[in-house]
Design a protein around this ligand. Structure first.
Ligand SMILES: [Zn+2]
Length: 199
């Protein structure tokens, strides 16, 4: 597996620092990198929130997959509010026991897990499944839940197009293989015919 460090928040901002010439103002570059890292982290958090609210939560609601929210706002209550409930959920899951309701784990779970239901258009609850773009390892299909526009965007995306091309190639190869097998079969039949003709 390849890992490109430069693409990750917290690394890429420091590339100018470590690659700076010896006579550069390193402390200034460093200070700038730290500021950028903070800004990028905040932007990333917003993107994650948006993804959780608009994609993950609707999808989980639709498939009746529970989501658990843990209250991490007070570090002094970490054990009570985060560690114990998390262990409880993990334990029940692993032992196949009845799962607690999200609201029993965190009393604000209800309002946080259904934030867009009242305002969302029905379209947002529809979803599209792309079999071509299924996860290569788990085989799970690629699901788009953000509405028709997003689905259309997926259809013209680089990922989807590449997969589609790959599939066409594979199908051509399978066809070619089938044709070869047929030819081979005909050839053997012909020879067999000759042999039986002699006999
Ligand atoms: Zn696709």
């Amino acid at each position: 597996m390849f890992f490109y460090v430069g693409a990750n928040v917290g690394y890429r901002e420091f590339v100018p620092v470590v690659s700076a010439p010896a006579d550069a103002d390193i402390p200034a570059l460093r200070a700038k990198a730290i500021e950028q890292m903070k800004a990028h982290t905040r932007q990333y958090v917003l993107r994650q929130f948006s993804w959780i609210n608009h994609k993950l939560i609707p999808l989980c609601n639709q498939t009746k997959t529970p989501i658990y929210i843990l209250d991490t706002t007070d570090p002094s209550k970490w054990s009570d509010r985060v560690l114990s409930p998390a262990l409880c959920v993990a334990r029940n899951f692993l032992l196949g026991e009845t799962m607690p309701a999200p609201i029993d784990i965190f009393d604000r779970a209800g309002e946080l897990l259904h934030p867009i239901r009242s305002t969302s258009k029905p379209d947002i609850w529809k979803h599209w499944v792309c079999e071509i773009c299924a996860d290569k390892e788990s085989g799970e299909p690629y699901v788009v839940v953000g509405g028709e526009q997003e689905w259309n965007q997926h259809l013209v995306s680089r990922r989807h197009k590449a997969r589609e091309k790959g599939r066409r190639k594979r199908m051509k190869f399978e066809e070619w293989k089938a044709r070869q097998a047929l030819k081979e079969e005909e050839r053997t039949k012909g020879e067999y015919g000759k042999i039986s003709g002699i006999a």
